[in-house]
Design a protein around this ligand. Structure first.
Ligand SMILES: [Zn+2]
Length: 292
């Protein structure tokens, strides 16, 4: 049966079962699909509240009426001539933000968030390796050489992507290796930002349906749609989701398989398929979140 996203979407239970079977089949294998959350019903990200301007100043209080008056004329005494009337207090409303500004730096979970872009379903189908090298941090850990490549035609700057991957991999909360980015082999891992169409091809025989990321054939195939949008479990915190998906897929490359949520309210292990569900856990992008 050809991959039919709509068909799948109408049968979430079946898909869940299939994904579970796939995960079980693949446990310990070399290829692991990660179902990026793509619920049948799109989960609306909370609309970013548009601050409304403060309402104009309240109307000035009515003049105190000291004695009930039977007639309107008596209730509105004429101002005494020559007495300056107090002007109503003017409140300058806070100007609303200009449209389009600040979108690149939306805050979510206390973090600056990347600007959203439009990711095409398919691009050139060919990777460009990010040139140059990025040195690993100092230390005694084992050096792991890796390559970063970005599909030509995607709306992401390859250098920026590579810098983000390098930062994530070498974070103290990461896997504990010293990752060195190189422009060519030998390299243990390739991190490959890919359009949905290319993701599907690179992840074969896994069915990624344009929505998944995977580890397959020495590649952490990162679906550019997920890189751009994140997943509902992380809300609007795409920055943290990016840390998760890199840590998770590279974790497969280092030999780690999937694990379960240890209990409701606990911090999710990085090898939990957090894009699929948090299973009652709290999102966590890091292998060793307590390290500094
Ligand atoms: Zn996985």
């Amino acid at each position: 049966m050809p991959g039919n996203v709509d068909n799948d979407a109408r049968r979430p239970l079946l898909r869940l079962l299939a994904a579970g079977c796939l995960a079980m089949l693949l446990a310990g294998g070399s290829a692991v699909a990660d179902r990026s959350a793509a619920p049948a019903t799109p989960v609306a990200a909370p609309a970013s509240p548009v601050p409304l301007p403060e309402p104009a100043a309240s109307p000035p209080p009515r003049p105190a009426v000291t004695a009930p008056s039977a007639t309107p004329s008596q209730a509105s005494p004429a101002p005494a001539s020559g007495t300056p009337q107090p002007l109503p207090t003017m409140v300058t409303p806070t100007p609303p933000p200009e449209p389009g500004t600040g979108r690149a730096h939306l805050l979510a979970n206390g973090r600056r968030q990347p600007a959203k872009v439009r990711v095409p379903r398919s691009a050139s189908g060919r990777y460009t390796v990010v040139p140059g090298t990025a040195a690993p941090p100092r230390g005694k850990g084992k050096v792991v050489r890796y390559v970063v490549e970005v599909e030509k035609g995607l709306p992401f700057d390859p250098e920026e992507f590579a810098a983000e991957v390098h930062r994530i991999l070498n974070d103290p909360r990461g896997w504990g290796y010293r990752f060195k980015r190189v422009p060519r082999g030998p390299a243990r891992i390739r991190v490959s930002l890919s359009s949905p169409a290319l993701t599907d091809r690179r992840c074969l025989p896994l069915r990624t349906m344009g929505r998944l990321s995977c580890w397959n054939g020495g590649r952490a195939v990162i679906n550019a749609v997920r890189w751009n949008q994140g997943v509902p479990g992380y809300g609007r915190d795409v920055a943290s989701y990016r840390e998760y998906v890199i840590s998770h897929e590279v974790g497969h490359g280092l030999g780690h398989g999937h694990v379960s949520c240890p209990g409701r309210g606990r911090r999710a292990p990085v090898m939990l398929q957090q894009t699929k569900s948090l299973y009652g856990c709290r999102p966590n992008p890091w292998p060793f979140p307590g390290r500094r």
